[in-house]
Every structure is written in C-alpha cells, then in structure tokens.
Design a protein around this ligand. Sequence first.
Ligand SMILES: [Zn+2]
Ligand SMILES: [Zn+2]
Length: 130
Amino acid sequence: MTKGHCLCGVTSWEYSGDETWACFCHCDDCRRNCAAPVTAFIGVQLTNFKWTGKTPKVYRSSKAVQRHFCETCGTPMAFQAEHYVGEIHLYAASLDNPQDFKPEFHVHYDDKLDWLHIRDDLPKYPHSKT
Ligand SMILES: [Zn+2]
Ligand SMILES: [Zn+2]
C-alpha cells in the first residue's frame, strides 16, 4: 500500500498497485490551487484507491474538474476530471514518504514560471500530454 496524508492528518488515502503516471504540472490552475510554483502529481486507478481518514471537501474549479481538500487544514488532496475516466490524481507532496516520488515528465511547461529553474532531462510537454 502507498499512503498519504494532509498537514493535520485528518484526511488520508491509500492505493495499491502501480501509478498510471507521475508528473509535474505547471498550469496556472494547479499553481493557484496549491499556492506553489509547480505541482507534482501521481495518477492512480480509482479501483485501487480509497480515502482512509475523513473524506475531503470538493471544490469544482470548472464544470468537469473537482479538487479535493482537507476540510480541517485546507491541504489540497486530489484532482479528478471527467476527461480522466476512472482515475484520481494525488499530490506527490502528500505521500507519507514524498521521497518515493519518481517523476516521469512535465506538462503545461509553456506556463512554467521564469524564476523556477528545472535541470532534469524529463520530457517537457508545452501543454497537456495528449
Ligand atoms: Zn488536514
Ligand atoms: Zn495543472
């Protein structure tokens, strides 16, 4: 089992099996949602996933997008979108052990902040991957 939790520990999750992908997103929506210059995501199959603590609150940032956050401490917990059927996207920084995250690529790289300097050799997609 891979596990994660929010800042206060009230909201937590776990999943089994492999990630569907692992990436950085530089889009403005994720940046503002996390108030962080870049967001690191893990894609997980919903069938392998469950909330183990309190179920988070949901903010609909657009018609097709739900952003889950801890009701108590406000930590962003997950992203779910209608165009990613059967998946939930978790924030790598909320892993119980964030060191375990192995990023594979960047998306929305065109929106990257100029003062954020990235030196990895990962694929960098200007917009979304597909
Ligand atoms: Zn919390
Ligand atoms: Zn994004």
